[in-house]
Design a binder for this molecule. Sequence first.
Ligand code: GUN
Length: 290
Amino acid sequence: MSKIIDGKALSMSIKEDVRAKVSEAVARGVRVPCLAVVIVGDDPASKSYVKGKVNAASFTGIDSPLIELPEETTTEQLLSCVRRLNSDPSVDGILVQLPLPAHIDADAVLDAVDPSKDVDGFHPSNVAALWLGRPCFVPCTPLGIIRLIESTGVDISGKNAVVVGRSNIVGKPVAKLLLDRNATVTLAHSRTRDLASVTRGADILVAAVGRPRMITADMIKPGAVVIDVGINRIDGGRLVGDVDFDGASAVAGFITPVPGGAGPMTIAMLMANTLGAYYAHTGAAQQPLE
Ligand code: GUN
């Protein structure tokens, strides 16, 4: 039986750390940090994620104005909103919730975010810096995944890590973070032949495909660290991951639950990235973030 990795508890300790650092800076007279959150349209899942982000900001003492724009917002209108936030010196971080409605040019919007406020790490200059090994904002879900793996005490160096899913938000950046920690990384995807034989070689398995319970027990190496990034709503509204938790937890060494694994960590790392942006903008850093 595997050990459950408690993402909720770990995310709480990170948020408490951020809260202490914010309160320490504000007590010294530095202005309050600010994360501007922009959502376009009424997608219920996006609205619920955004609510979690605003609540976490409020917990940590970060101001988080929520800018809710209607579904019919044009690319140009969204760009002018982003530009206004770019030029507002009280704003440290800008988060534009994805996905955007199909008629909006999402690339143009991500390109418009000031890289120094890009707490999502989605701007091409941050993506390039990540792959070049230069200082940058790193996307929040991949950062959270690394923290979850590290919390098990399993050393990443030299391990076979398999990432299933090649999205810009999760699969590609987490593969780079694992590579930076000296894992031998395989980036598998929907066209991978005999996926089960690939995943069975994984000491560390990250599932980020968005297909409910597609990773089954027979695809997991006994004792592996399994990180489930999937958030899939199945009939009846129940949330399940990309991993068949009941079967997999009999085989894996460590496994994250859904909900309560990677999800809360994404939000905690967003707070940590916003604190980093705040430190950079205000020069308020006293101690580096652990
Ligand atoms: N949609 C799903 N995940 C994310 C994320 O990490 N950031 C943003 N902005 N949108 C998302």
